[in-house]
Design a protein around this ligand. Structure first.
Ligand code: AP5
Length: 246
């Protein structure tokens, strides 16, 4: 397992955001079923808190598109709605967190997704005197997931997502932000969505209890509107940071 960067005694928990303010480091995880709105909320949270964002799904899709070794190993699992094996994904994400970009905080989306991944992350952070600030669970019922994912469209360039009914682009199949083409993800077909949900319940849901037991879990009702969910998550993250500074 690669080492995370060593940080000084105080830099492990705080960083300097402006000339006269020391603020706590935010090390956050977004967890929830496929289609819960993790990516939608992450886009807003990274703006709110200036956090570097690491989404394993995006990293893996880019690797598949580029035809790298990682992409070749991951593709068949992703297409089948299965999880990529722990030994493939753990090294990738810990290496990303080792970089300078993540040294003042991070937002993880889609990792950890199994108990061994959570253990590996916890050990790597502990080794360098860092800790998680919170685990944000965005929950929605399975039927809502199926509706959302079958109508999702994703910008090929920026990854920004739309929904044909709930959040349509101004012009069909074209991204409002940069005019790029919108596509349907390969794993957003009904059978694969059902498989991803089953995998979530079996392999990822145990993390709810795992992080609840460590007093890190915060729950959000993802069936509310994206704005309502965002207001609630943003207020909670701001409180987490304040509590850490006290
Ligand atoms: P990944 O890309 O992480 O997929 P996921 O977890 O299934 O999540 P999604 O990206 O599908 O959904 P989301 O919650 O981000 O929802 P979104 O905001 O887009 O992973 C893909 C695959 O990679 C996995 O299956 C696995 O194979 C592999 N993988 C990744 N990480 C791994 C790991 N750690 N270990 C092993 N394998 C791994 O929103 C969905 C739709 O709903 C959009 O259309 C959006 O516009 C709409 N929407 C969002 N919020 C709302 C709302 N509040 N109301 C109405 N509509 C909304």
């Amino acid at each position: 397992m690669p080492d995370l960067p060593a940080t000084g005694p105080s830099a492990g928990s705080v960083h300097k955001e402006s000339d006269n303010a020391l603020v706590s480091e935010l090390n956050l995880i977004l967890v929830g079923p496929p289609g819960a709105g993790k990516g939608t909320q992450a886009e807003k949270l990274t703006e709110d808190f200036g956090l570097p964002y690491f989404a394993t799904g995006n990293i893996l899709r880019a690797a598949v598109a580029d035809g790298t070794e990682l992409g070749k190993k991951a593709k068949e699992y992703m297409d089948a709605g299965e999880l990529v094996p722990d030994d493939v994904i753990i090294g990738v994400i810990l290496e990303a967190l080792e970089g300078e970009e993540a040294s003042d905080g991070f937002l993880l989306d889609g990792f950890p997704r199994t108990v061994p991944q959570a253990d590996a992350l916890g050990e790597a952070l502990q080794k360098v005197g860092r800790k998680l600030s919170g685990v944000l669970l965005i929950d929605v019922p399975d039927d809502e997931v199926v509706k959302r994912l079958s109508g999702r469209r994703t910008c090929v360039k920026s990854g920004h997502t739309y929904h044909v009914d709930f959040d349509p682009p101004k012009h069909d199949e074209v991204c409002d932000q940069d005019g790029s083409r919108l596509v349907q993800r390969d794993d957003d077909q009904p059978d694969t969505i059902r498989k991803r949900l089953a995998v979530y319940h079996e392999q990822t849901e145990p993390l709810v209890e795992y992080y609840e037991g460590r007093d890190l879990l915060r729950r959000f009702d993802g069936s509310r509107s994206p704005t309502d969910v965002h207001d609630h998550v943003r207020a909670t993250v701001a409180t987490l940071r304040l509590e850490d500074e006290l």
